[in-house]
Write a protein that binds this ligand. Structure first.
Ligand code: AMP
Ligand code: GLY
Length: 433
């Protein structure tokens, strides 16, 4: 009899109905969306969030532990007998939090530090693509400025310069001239003296694909497109993302299938054969080129705000899927999605991603959420001593709507935005337009 059957045979505590204590790590809109979906699970016992935010606080017990405080998170996890830890952001993953928790016997959704190199090191990912024959831009990894300049001169512009490390999308320059590319190289070496990756500039349309992975298998977990620039018309500086739509309009189910076969599964196979199996969600940033999908980059976590448009469309129990990944038992799970489209509009503090004032008061969330299919996920919010909700971060709210068509979802999302009363807000008016 297998282990699962043994557990099921115990009438006192059938495994499928045992309440699970879950610890969610992070404090952004992505984590609010995860908490919202986790809270709907019939398997949930208690939900804790370290540290969470006021939106998450309505669904979970917030604990004041920083996501990078591994010892603190481990101690809390042991004390509360956590059955599943879900790690939202990349920094604790790259720092090895999943290793610390799994070594102590706490099942964890999120890759090991070694596997998180798929996001933490661009040169690692490029080498892996080379070895596994994964379609991606041609490149050179240079730890020397003269070498980088020579490669740029040889290949000409347009060309892409990337700082090698976690840069939250800010370490990338798509240079239109050789001169601009060399300036980007100079800036990269001046700031940390590390190394750069220089890449062929791909042309096509961008889309994001998500896959759940259990170390051996990967299954498609939805598609989305985000809007990275701060201002309408894709102008202004790059941000973490000012809005998103799911499914991605440019990624057909056939193309997604191709990308799973030519990009994601070979990556999972290569990671397993290196002895660093990948468990968690793998977020593939793709360029859809005339030759098919090519990998731009990997992230080792859900996108923010892409997660906010995925969760409202997911038809299955998120807790079940995440714990199967953590346990290496994804088997043949194929997550089901609503045929609805979801659109999220990010409301940020004016000035984001540059300097901004904090403390503006926000109201109207209930009025927004009274619209059908609307949910407002919180990111940079705080509760003042007298219970008022204020805007304390860069990206503050992700106002999300689902509807039968993308047009209806967009209209509904903007109608919801208009019900939010917060004078200090900045948002794009052309998300999913
Ligand atoms: P990354 O941080 O690698 O996702 O890059 C940020 C953005 O830069 C991407 O979303 C693309 O818009 C752009 N980009 C990165 N690499 C390339 C490339 N090889 N060709 C064209 N655009 C790129
Ligand atoms: N929205 C882009 C990201 O999460 O990296």
């Amino acid at each position: 009899m297998g282990e699962g059957a043994k557990r099921l045979a115990s009438p006192a505590q059938p495994a499928t109905h045992r309440d699970m204590n879950i610890l969610l790590i992070g404090s952004g809109g992505r984590e609010h969306a995860l908490a919202w979906k986790i809270a709907q699970s019939p398997k949930l016992g208690r939900l804790y969030a370290a540290p969470g935010n006021p939106g998450i606080g309505a669904l979970a017990e917030q604990v004041r532990i920083d996501p990078t405080d591994q010892a603190g998170i481990l101690a809390f996890g042991m004390e509360k007998r956590i059955d599943l830890a879900v790690i939202g952001p990349e920094q604790p993953l790259v720092g090895g939090l999943a290793d610390t928790l799994t070594e102590a016997g706490i099942p964890t959704f999120g890759p090991s530090g070694a596997a998180a190199a798929l996001e933490g090191s661009k040169s690692f990912t490029k080498r892996l693509c080379d070895e596994a024959g994964i379609p991606t831009a041609r490149y050179a990894a240079c730890s020397d400025r003269a070498e980088a300049d020579a490669y740029i001169r040889e290949n000409g512009a347009p060309i892409v310069v990337k700082a090698d490390g976690l840069a939250a999308g800010k370490g990338v320059t798509v240079a239109e001239t050789v001169d601009d590319a060399m300036k980007a190289v100079a800036a990269a070496f001046a700031s940390d003296g590390a190394s750069v990756v220089i890449e062929e500039a791909l042309t096509g349309t961008e889309a994001s694909l998500f896959a759940l992975c259990d170390g051996r298998r990967a299954t498609l977990f939805g598609t989305a497109q985000d809007y990275k620039r701060a201002l309408d018309g894709d102008r202004g500086p790059n941000t973490g993302g000012m809005g998103a739509i799911s499914p991605a309009p440019t990624l057909s189910p056939e193309l997604a299938k191709t990308a799973m076969k030519t990009i994601v599964q070979p990556t999972i196979d290569a990671m397993a054969s290196r002895g660093t199996p990948y468990r968690g969600v793998l977020y593939a940033g793709l360029m859809i080129t005339p030759e098919g999908p090519k990998l731009i980059e990997y992230n080792v976590r859900f996108g923010d705000p892409e997660c906010q448009v995925l969760m409202p469309r997911l038809g299955d129990d998120l807790v079940d899927l995440l714990s199967r990944c953590a346990d290496g038992e994804l088997d043949s799970a194929t997550p089901s999605w609503s045929s609805d489209h979801a659109v999220t509009v990010v409301m940020a503090n004016s000035g984001y991603p540059g300097a901004y004032e904090k403390g503006g008061e926000i109201s109207g969330i209930e009025a927004a959420e009274s619209l059908p299919g609307v949910v407002v996920f919180q990111a940079g919010t705080s509760l003042s001593g007298d219970g008022r909700l204020t805007a304390s971060g860069g990206r503050v709210l992700a106002v999300t709507a689902t509807a039968a068509t993308a047009d209806e979802a967009r209209e509904r999302a903007y109608e919801a935005v208009s019900r939010i009363n917060w004078p200090g807000a900045q948002f794009r008016t052309d998300i999913a337009g």
